[in-house]
Design a protein around this ligand. Structure first.
Ligand code: HEC
Length: 114
């Protein structure tokens, strides 16, 4: 039924940010991540991790393990994307760890339709 598909799409679209950003970075790692994210990620993935570039993913609230895995895959080329392959090649293991923790620490709430 078409309508239920529409609801599903709306549920996916209706991810809203509650507490937008984590409180002031509490460790050196998050502080480093914030600086890196501002310099390298925000143009496409947004200041609050909600993508501003068409085709880029929302990162806020995503699982740390997932983010780390994707960034490693982009770095080796196992996952292909022209933009991300170039960016991920500049990231060290520590950068990937910090950035994964940074975006995973954003609080996200989801509103279901109806
Ligand atoms: C020039 C734009 C651009 C910049 C800058 C950028 N990204 Fe991306 N990113 C993308 C696009 C486009 C995709 C979707 C790739 C695809 O379709 O496979 C993506 C995908 C990702 C994914 C996978 C998300 C998922 O749901 O699978 C992660 C993680 C990610 N980016 C992290 C980062 C981080 C961390 C930075 C900064 C170090 C960054 N990106 C900088 C454009 C960008």
């Amino acid at each position: 039924m078409r309508r239920s598909k529409d609801y599903l799409a709306a549920a996916v679209a209706l991810v809203t940010l509650a507490g937008a950003l984590p409180e002031a970075a509490q460790s050196a790692d998050l502080a480093a991540a914030r600086t890196k994210a501002q310099a390298l990620c925000e143009n496409c993935h947004g200041f609050n991790g909600v993508a501003t570039l068409m085709g880029a993913a929302n990162l806020s609230g995503q699982q740390k393990e997932y983010l780390r895995e994707q960034l490693r895959a982009f770095r080796t080329g196992r996952r292909q994307n022209d933009q991300m392959n170039v960016i991920a090649k500049t990231l060290s293991d520590a950068d990937i760890e910090n950035l994964s923790e940074w975006y995973a620490s954003f609080k996200v709430t989801v509103e279901m339709p109806g």
